[in-house]
Ligand binder design. Structure first.
Ligand code: SF4
Ligand code: SF4
Length: 78
């Protein structure tokens, strides 16, 4: 899940509901750690202003792995 920080009003309702402790308060708004989040949806259901939405966390992880992959530029096929 992803928090739209423009929409988040900082009520804190979502923070302590996360089973993965993936939600933190930064500058009085929620932020979801994309690596820890398991997309269970609990936080989204708790948000009264619909500031939390399903976001694919995998592109960031893929990009991170891609950057660390020594074979990233290897275009040969096996
Ligand atoms: S979707 Fe679930 S695991 Fe992810 S931040 Fe929300 S409550 Fe936590
Ligand atoms: S429940 Fe919604 S408005 Fe409240 S802190 Fe979480 S994301 Fe922000």
């Amino acid at each position: 899940m992803v928090v739209d920080r423009e929409e988040c009003v900082g009520c804190g309702a979502c923070v302590n509901l996360c089973p993965r402790l993936a939600i933190r308060f930064i500058d009085n708004k929620s932020y979801i750690d994309q690596v820890s989040c398991i997309e269970c949806g609990t936080c989204r259901e708790s948000c009264g202003v619909e500031a939390i939405y399903a976001g694919c966390r995998f592109p960031d992880i893929v990009l991170l792995n891609f950057a660390n992959n020594p074979y990233a530029d290897d275009t040969t096929t096996i």
